[in-house]
Ligand binder design. Sequence first.
Ligand SMILES: [Zn+2]
Ligand SMILES: [Zn+2]
Length: 442
Amino acid sequence: MAEIKPRILVVDDDAVLRSLATDILSDDYEIRQAEDGLDAWVKVQSWKPDLVITDLMMPRMHGFELCMRLKGPQGIAGIKILVSSSKPFASDKAQAMEAGADDYIMKPYAVGNLQGKVRALLSAGPAAPPPPGPENGAGRVCRAPLPPAPAKRDVLPVSVRFWGTRGSCPTGGLKTARYGGNTACTEVRIGDTPVIIDCGTGLRELGCELVREFAGRPIEGHIFVGHTHWDHIQGFPFFTPLYSPRNSFNIYSVCGAHSGLRSIFSDSMALDYFPVPLSSLASKLSFVEMTGPVDIGVAKVSFHHLNHPGPCIGFRIETQGKVITYLSDHEGFRKLGGDSDMSRRQDAEVADFARGSDLLIREAQYTEEEYASRKGWGHSTYDDAARFAAETGVKRMAIFHHDPEHTDDILDTNMEYCRGLVKNSGAAVDCFAARDGLKVDL
Ligand SMILES: [Zn+2]
Ligand SMILES: [Zn+2]
């Protein structure tokens, strides 16, 4: 009689790594593969594997959300999850475990290490399901339907204006007055439509400007959020257009690591932190968890996962024949994880995502000397940015997410260094520093 082998679903958007895991395990287990979280979610319903081995950073549905769904009310009773990720951030392991993972293995892994973890998980009894309730994101249906795309219009003028360019923490005071102290907020203006990337403290002033400009006319805007660390959402409650019933905003990102996009914003405005709850805002708000490119009528916007603690994505905006790419909060895969085929592929994917941009908005937070003591914080250096610009051949590169420790004078020196690197590389890239208030026409 044929032996019944335990079933394992291997989930990874990297075909080489899927085959590798399959080769290692197929003698002892029945293996099937899925290309990303959504593909896996569909396949587990019919095939009911005993164990899912999943990557974290994947298109359409990331690994944290897959964990939440698998262990939630619509999930599979007793299923085990092994997260296999190249992300070395300690917080990612913690968040994956909170989302429902039973164990975590770093890629690239040793063959014996994977086999040992799989054996241990499949010999242990069924895992206890996480407690239900709003505090635990398990099994939430966290996808909002996509809003209907507005009708296409003629070619519209496109510009980019930086409202907040500081990383990590706002910096007031005279020492940072020239470059500015507001945290991440960038406005891509396409005709009359504001497309806002990130809601750092720069968003407050943008809101005041929009109220002045529209003077009572309805504002219909789109807000894309790369990730929900404080420096990327803290301006949201101070964005005055949110308080008028005439206005409407679609807010896009991916699902959070352990709760949905709307609940992260709602929690950040809980009464302990802010006097007006999200539910009391008068404007029409629609939260959209992206599973692929979205068409917002005036632009197509796609995303790609970046190397930063927790779910973090960059955006590529294609509009009116122009391309703008926004990559903030990213540490190179090779730089952090060492040189391997896998890390080379991951870096190449990010470069492909930015290739052909008319404007690349690219973070660089540290000098190489500073980086030495900040490795693993999820950020890049000026050298990284300069190499990236040369590799991708973008037309212009705005250096963004300035370190709070960098005064105007330090930033002048660092930017001169960065421009020198770009020039020496022979690349024809116009490299400049983003600063609060700077407007760039495309
Ligand atoms: Zn940041
Ligand atoms: Zn961050």
